[in-house]
Design a protein around this ligand. Structure first.
Ligand code: BDR
Ligand code: CA
Length: 303
């Protein structure tokens, strides 16, 4: 099994990704970051995931704010507790004393994939402190960016927009990067059918995820009139554990930092009438969504 370190901001789809990851890979640690909700809440939610899973995966609290800009949250999508207001299960777990960036720098090793599911602040801070760090990890599989449209703005995807300076450092770092952007994750949609399927599963995990997913569908319907919700973050887990269900294309990807309309946009060179720029990212362009969904649903069948 692949060895993963998950850097995340749970977040409904982050939670699903953490549960999935423990089923299909070895998870060495979870690092949290400010993103969908503030870092105190993302850390609490990551600890809750380990409680639900009944595992001792260590959780390290990471950055509380982006490198240069003010925090941006996504409570309008994920609810004020980041979990769609789903009833909180009691848990007394606490995060490790070591900080998230120190953990990444000191304990990530050449077999570890960093699965980045939120703003890239922790990873960029690690790279700023030690640019050679990227040579001591297997690679970075991220949910972030897009080869097409954005979500938080017409051109920018939330994770990149929330800390564009950090994303730029990661894309320029020389790491082996797999990118699952909105162009990919919007092929992996859940619906009321998915909720119905989860209702039929008698496990604590399915009982936890079902109302969260229903909340997400309600939010999506109020935001755009359609009852479909993309499961963004699990894609970045599967891009490492099940690469054969993806189609990847190697492209040049860089982050726009100054455009008034385009700050946080990932500029992907997909030109067909000129020589393209030097590629630096394996961009996921296609996913076998039926297989991906069966892997996610399967991971919720126990305990
Ligand atoms: C990304 O933003 C967050 O709201 C989700 O958790 C996902 O990581 C999608 O743009
Ligand atoms: Ca996320």
């Amino acid at each position: 099994m692949e060895s993963l370190i998950i850097d995340c901001d749970p977040g409904v789809d982050d939670m699903v990704a953490i549960l999935l990851a423990h089923h299909v890979a070895n998870v060495k640690g979870i690092v949290t970051v400010s993103g969908n909700v503030p870092v105190a809440t993302t850390t609490w939610n990551a600890l809750l995931a380990t409680e639900l899973l009944q595992v001792n995966t260590p959780v390290y609290r990471g950055s509380s704010k982006p490198l240069e800009s003010e925090p941006v949250h996504s409570e309008h999508v994920h609810g004020s507790n980041g979990l769609g207001g789903v009833v909180r299960i009691e848990q007394r777990r606490v995060s490790e004393e070591k900080g998230g960036v120190d953990f990444l720098l000191e304990e990530a090793s050449p077999e570890d994939w960093i699965v980045a599911l939120g703003p890239l602040t922790n990873l960029a801070t690690a790279i700023q402190r030690d640019p050679d760090w990227v040579e001591r990890i297997r690679g970075i599989s991220m949910m972030g960016g897009s080869t097409t449209h954005g979500n938080i703005t017409p051109t920018a995807e939330f994770n990149v927009y929330a800390d564009p300076e950090a994303a730029a450092i990661v894309f320029e770092s020389g790491a082996d990067i797999r990118m699952c952007g909105l162009n990919l994750t919007h092929q992996f949609l859940t619906s009321d059918e998915t909720v119905k399927e989860l209702h039929g599963i008698d496990s604590d995990l399915a009982k936890f995820v079902t109302p969260m997913l229903k909340f997400l569908l309600d939010r999506m319907e109020s935001l755009n009139g359609r009852r479909f919700a993309a499961l963004h973050d699990p894609c970045a887990v599967l891009a490492v554990t099940h690469p054969s269900i993806f189609g990847f294309e190697e492209l040049s990807v860089h982050v726009e930092l100054s455009g008034t309309l385009t700050r946080g946009m990932t500029v992907c060179d997909q030109r067909t009438t000129r020589m393209r720029e030097q590629p630096n990212v394996w961009v996921a362009q296609e996913i076998d969504a039926a297989t991906a969904l069966s892997l996610v649903v399967g991971s919720l069948k126990s305990p």
